[in-house]
Design a protein around this ligand. Sequence first.
Ligand SMILES: Nc1ncnc2c1ncn2[C@@H]1O[C@H](COP(=O)(O)OP(=O)(O)O)[C@@H](O)[C@H]1O
Ligand SMILES: [Mg+2]
Length: 268
Amino acid sequence: MELLRLCNITKTYRSSGILRRRPDVHALRDVSLHVNRSEIVGLVGASGCGKSTLGRIILRLERADGGKLWLNEREMFHAEPRRASFAYRSLVQMIFQDPFASLNPAHSVAYHLERPLLRHGLATQGEFKKRVHDLLHMVGLTPVERMAQAYPYVLSGGQRQRVAIARALAVNPRLIVADEPTSMLDVSIRMDILNLLARLRREQELGLLLITHDLASARYLTDRLIVLNQGVIVESGPTESVINGPKDPYTALLLDAIRNPRLERRPS
Ligand SMILES: Nc1ncnc2c1ncn2[C@@H]1O[C@H](COP(=O)(O)OP(=O)(O)O)[C@@H](O)[C@H]1O
Ligand SMILES: [Mg+2]
């Protein structure tokens, strides 16, 4: 079943300033894609190709210049022309790259998880504790009683990212957009977070759009890949077929970058 569909999404950042005019940035040009229920789709491409812009447009944190967006077969830009509604927010959630910036140091883990429950009216005063514990359990932050009371500064990057994932799950979303969710984490922890996302897809039937410049992570987790180059989709298909037989030269170049060990080595 189709969860999200984008059709011909276009976004241009106009240059500002009168004297020193810089050229406009065509961040996205006619981008069309879809994500099905329980499907993990990877949006890959080099830095600056427009991935995060597309993520923000899907979250409706930013407006597209043109194109359409359907969620659960409902045309959303038309239905809600301005800001995303509460209902939309409860269906689509985002996880950001930086687990250190995304949590408030002044508040406990429990506070971060209670807030969306409260705002969306998803729990009464008596139910908060259990809901928070359930969420912590779901993302593997145990013992849950201790984790609920903890403040972000005592948590590792991986644990903070788990809190951010739990917070996204609090409102029972159907789609999660994860923008480089593991790129600021230690290599040893990346796999744990990818495995957590894989388990959530299975258990919660979540759709996931994984935005990443890291093809190795995308290969590990995704069913389908979409390759973006300078705001244009140059290739898409089942992950293994794109990786084993890239049709576009840009995809081949991205693949070379992860396969070629010489590029990993520092200059001596
Ligand atoms: N708010 C903005 N104002 C002007 N240009 C922007 C803005 N956000 C992104 N851009 C530009 O749009 C292009 C795509 O950026 P982005 O979506 O962040 O790429 P990615 O996430 O793939 O690295 C880049 O050239 C970037 O400089
Ligand atoms: Mg980005």
